[in-house]
Design a protein around this ligand. Structure first.
Ligand code: GDP
Length: 319
């Protein structure tokens, strides 16, 4: 049997986790998922890492597919009680989900890095892929909007993404270091392909790329970099991606997504109903169904994306 292909995927939360789940189900793939932690925050004394949890729950088969976020089979006794006590109730924490936040907070307070905790929990839940935060340092996404500067969860959950976005910053990023596992992943011979999941480029992937050294690792690697577009038919499947693009004065097209990633990517995967970007430099483009409802959709898109990315390998690396 031939060796497994080493794939590094960059992911945000729910949208990215769909493709990550498909990638994790490919038997010939050895997968590392680098997850955005710009959305992380401390709430009621707990360390919350929403995107990591979305990826972990999805790959463990524990996410609530109908609600679209959080744990399946959830109950809400904690929220009822915190409301009764007059505590903050704008961010929903299910009873099962709470255990994750308490375990993480406790581990971090005892000195364990977020990356080590995440790898440990993923193993414990039977996940094959290595799931790591982009950094073990604190990076916080800040939205500058028509309502002023907003912490990410205040904008995203508290204000339901209603404020008009003027710019997005990643506080702490300039002094943050890439998670140590990335050095290992990119050490010779490095990954066979790098896949940017169909996450929000501005809120989920940019924070990862803002960590000094990560974009350089991607560029210096021989591995092809392929992005899967989160835009289908001029709209986002879910969430504020298209709204933010409009507010930033950008056309909601695959051309904009391709232009945003620029020279970093060698190829883009777009939905079969859409037009390939007309990029200034030639950009490989694969047009296939990219809407993922079922597990089969996720595996199918993952298979096609990996095969497309590997087909872009430099000749000397094809073996
Ligand atoms: P968040 O951090 O939970 O907001 O999730 P992400 O940033 O990872 O993903 C949000 C993006 O996923 C949105 O821009 C959606 O358009 C995109 N998305 C969600 N589901 C799908 C899907 O089935 N196919 C594609 N192509 N994009 C999707």
């Amino acid at each position: 049997m031939s060796a497994k292909r080493r794939i590094v995927a960059l992911s945000g939360g729910v949208g990215g986790a769909k493709l990550a789940q498909g990638l994790d189900m490919l038997d010939d793939v050895d997968l590392t998922i680098v997850v955005n932690t710009g959305d992380d925050f401390e709430h009621l004394g707990l360390m919350i890492s929403p995107d990591i949890d979305s990826v972990v729950y999805a790959l463990a088969g524990l996410s609530d597919v109908d609600r679209g976020w959080g744990r399946a089979d959830e109950s809400w006794h904690f929220m009822e009680e915190i409301r009764r006590l007059g505590g903050e109730d704008w961010f929903l924490l299910g009873d099962r989900d709470l255990a994750m936040h308490i375990a993480r907070t406790n581990a971090i307070r005892l000195g364990e890095p977020l990356s080590s905790f995440t790898l440990r929990i993923a193993r414990r839940l039977g996940i094959r892929a290595r799931i790591v935060p982009m950094t073990d340092d604190a990076v916080r996404t800040i939205i500058t909007s028509d309502e002023g500067r907003l912490a990410f969860q205040r904008y995203f959950v508290g204000l339901r993404c209603e404020p008009i976005v003027r710019s997005v910053d990643f506080e702490g990023a300039p002094s943050a270091r890439p998670v140590a596992e990335l050095e290992t992943e990119f050490a010779d011979p490095g990954p066979d392909a790098i896949i940017i999941c169909p996450s929000n480029p501005y809120l989920s992937i940019d924070p990862i790329l803002s960590i000094p050294g990560i974009a350089d690792m991607l560029s210096a690697s021989h591995a092809p970099v392929v992005a899967v577009s989160p835009i289908i038919g001029g709209q986002a499947v879910k969430g504020p991606t298209a709204k933010i693009m409009n507010e930033l004065g950008l056309a909601v097209t695959n051309d904009t997504i391709a232009g945003h990633y620029g020279d970093l990517i060698d190829g883009i995967v777009i939905d079969h109903g859409d037009r390939c970007p007309v990029a200034a430099s030639p950009l490989a483009c694969l047009s296939v169904p990219t809407l993922m409802h079922t597990v089969e959709d996720k595996v199918s898109l993952a298979r096609k994306t990996v095969d497309f990315a590997l087909s872009l390998s430099q000749p000397e690396r094809v073996g």
